[in-house]
Design a protein around this ligand. Structure first.
Ligand code: FMN
Length: 164
């Protein structure tokens, strides 16, 4: 019998992550989705992966554009995370962004970002694994990450010092 999907969600809900927005396209075709199934895959060549649900509308757009950018969100960008977690065309109004190499929008205020050409797409059950070759990237000047844990957004708390 297949492993219980609700339990799988609970298990990996205990794996605290940052939150990213994966974007693609230019002009009126700009779109994206909130994603935390993201991983730096390889340094040489420089690769990153994001696992995207087969039902995502952004999936086809990434394929069509052959590129995507990934913005790592700060704790000031919870609203952007919610906006990009809603299926369908995305409203970029009120959001600042810039572009780098591919033209995909990089969200203003992100802690860090990469811009990628699509390297490959691998099957992953009810998801697909999009592998991007990083062609540009950068880190902003500080700020705290938006965290996701047990199905909720969280703030970073300073580590408690070890008991002496
Ligand atoms: C914190 C968070 C993390 C998410 N991570 C992913 C992910 O890694 N992959 C994915 O396919 N969907 C993920 N989602 C869900 C998508 O953001 C959501 O399904 C979105 O509506 C997809 O939009 P689209 O169908 O227009 O592409 C996440 C949602 C949240 C709130």
């Amino acid at each position: 019998m297949a492993f219980d999907s609700k339990l799988q969600r609970q298990v990996f809900g205990q794996f605290a992550t940052g939150v990213t927005v994966v974007t693609t396209g230019t002009g009126a075709d700009r779109t994206g989705l909130t994603a935390n199934a993201v991983c730096s895959l390889s340094l040489n060549p420089p690769l990153v992966l994001v696992s995207i649900d087969l039902r995502s509308t952004t999936r086809d757009e990434i394929r069509r554009n052959n590129s995507f950018a990934l913005s790592i969100l700060s704790d000031q960008q919870r609203e952007a995370s919610q906006r990009f977690a809603t299926p369908g065309p995305k409203d970029f109004s009120g959001l600042g962004w810039q572009t780098a190499e591919t033209g995909a929008p990089i969200l203003e205020g992100a802690l860090a970002w990469v811009d990628c050409r699509l390297h490959s797409v691998l099957p992953g059950g009810d998801h697909e694994i999009f592998v991007g070759e990083i062609v540009a990237g950068g880190v902003s000047e500080g700020g705290n990450p938006l965290l996701y844990f047990a199905g909720k957004y969280r703030d970073v708390a300073p580590a408690t010092p070890p008991a002496s």
